[in-house]
Design a protein. Structure first.
Length: 196
């Protein structure tokens, strides 16, 4: 957060310099009016000085407010970066877990997404080659419990991880990318709650 503190110091320094310049200018104007014997009386000079002092105070207030806003924005940006990194790490952990854990996760997702009717599940080429023995039977039992059937397609799909579930020509994208995109705001809110 040293960068934020430096920004705040820089803004306050600029505000102080601008304030001093305004005061100096006001003083010079006041001196010039006096020397030229202007008809301005004490009341006018005081009003001009008060006006200059108010301008200085307003300028300082705006500078402090601007510095505080920049600091909040920098903190928010840092928090969002941390949350996005945490979500990315969660994604990477799920997509790179060992085969048994990965297909256990797939099975859990299928249990939530399966429905009645004849269905087909498609994996990417890498996952299709790694499908454990007996896994297709497990998926078939899950589908049967929902009043349907489910077969593993021998045609790979172009997704990074997860699967595509098809029923009657209607596909449901259950890739990790699609799931994380769908749940992005919920994941950010959860990560925000956990981290802050």
């Amino acid at each position: 957060m040293a960068g934020v503190d430096n920004i705040v110091k820089e803004i306050l320094q600029e505000a102080e310099e601008a304030a001093q310049a305004l005061l100096k200018e006001a003083q010079e104007q006041a001196d010039a009016l006096s020397k030229e014997g202007a008809a301005a009386d004490e009341k006018t000079l005081a009003a001009e000085k008060q006006k200059a002092e108010k301008s200085v105070a307003d300028l300082k207030e705006r500078a402090v407010s601007q510095a505080a806003l920049r600091k909040r924005q920098a903190i928010l940006k840092a928090k969002q970066g941390i949350i996005d990194e945490a979500i990315h790490k969660a994604y990477m952990k799920l997509s790179t877990q060992d085969t048994a854990d990965y297909f256990s996760m797939v099975k859990t997702l299928v249990e939530k997404k399966v429905r009645s009717g004849a269905g087909e599940i498609q994996f990417n080429e890498t996952d299709l080659k790694a499908v454990p023995a007996g896994f297709a039977d497990e998926l078939s039992k899950i589908a049967k419990g929902a009043g349907g059937t489910l077969v593993v397609s021998d045609k790979p799909v172009k997704i990074r991880s997860g699967f595509i579930l098809s029923y009657g020509g209607i596909e449901e994208n259950c890739s990790l990318d699609a799931i994380f995109a769908e749940k992005a705001e919920t994941l950010r809110d959860l990560a925000n709650t956990l981290l802050w």
